[in-house]
Write a protein that binds this ligand. Sequence first.
Ligand code: KG4
Ligand code: ZN
Length: 335
Amino acid sequence: MLILGIETSCDETGVALYDSEKGLLAHALFSQIDMHADYGGVVPELASRDHVRKLLPLCDQVLADAGKTRSQIEGIAYTAGPGLIGALMVGGAVAHSLAFALGVPVLGVHHMEGHLLAPMLEPEPPAFPFVALLVSGGHTQLVLVKGIGEYEMLGESVDDAAGEAFDKTAKMLGLDYPGGPRVAALAEKGTPGRYKFPRPMTDRPGLDFSFSGLKTFTLNTVTAAEKAGELDDQTRADIALAFEAAVVDTLVIKCRRALEQTHSKRLVIAGGVSANKRLRAGLEAMTDRKQAKVFYARPEFCTDNGAMIAYAGCQRLLAGQQDGDRIVSVPRWPM
Ligand code: KG4
Ligand code: ZN
């Protein structure tokens, strides 16, 4: 089955063609980051307009790259949520219109299920069941994945997501949007041990997270350094490192507990923050000690992309699921 996947939940227009027999045939992405950077964050209306501009040309591009024509598409998957409502509606409207014109089934997919299954596109995908850490700009969740659609929530953030904490820390340190990669780059120049940040909610049992206190701790540290006239480039790097180390340690501790609790030997990390090198190194060291294995998507499929939506949609379309005539756009949608 040849599936066209469409992702438009936020600030990336992603399109891909996935063949259930041959795997991923082609994918293309247009990032709106430069456009939103001037505003310090995503402007929803501008995001929707740009998806309108880019979506059909990207569809044609992946078809050309794969040597296929529109008439060969056998099913269409799009991100139905969660995300920005206007942005989601662009993807949903294009997906449903194309599907209607071609007479093929169409299905709205959960964006986080896409992230969760992105490592399945790699040459050595994890077998079910596995524990997944979803860490993006909007979510921090630990999930036991027993199969497609069989998800047991083990824990999640009670306030900010890890990516959101990275983005806010970036702002406090005067770095541009998107903050995660910039904080990580600055942290590389940091002096280990100069600042010690808390590891929130690790002193008690359980698998929930909280990152808003860490954000306040960062703000207080930045303010104190500023008052003392110490907020130079080195101090900012030292704070970035202390913040990153605290987030990474916290995530690693909770992942270790989740593996122990579920007696699992397989851990998947997905979502934008899973591109973080310190997090990958920390999880690899921890899983090595436990004779477990950590899996992740290639860096370009850690952040938003069409390939993960094509893959997730393909599995569900093959199982006979499809939308009715209604376009499904759900800005807030628990998994
Ligand atoms: O999954 P994603 O692309 O979009 C959402 O669904 O939210 O995740 C974006 C988030 C942003 O908060 C971004 O700052 C963060 O992932 N991020 C990173 C890194 N790359 C992206 N955070 C830390 N280190 C990185 N290398
Ligand atoms: Zn995402």
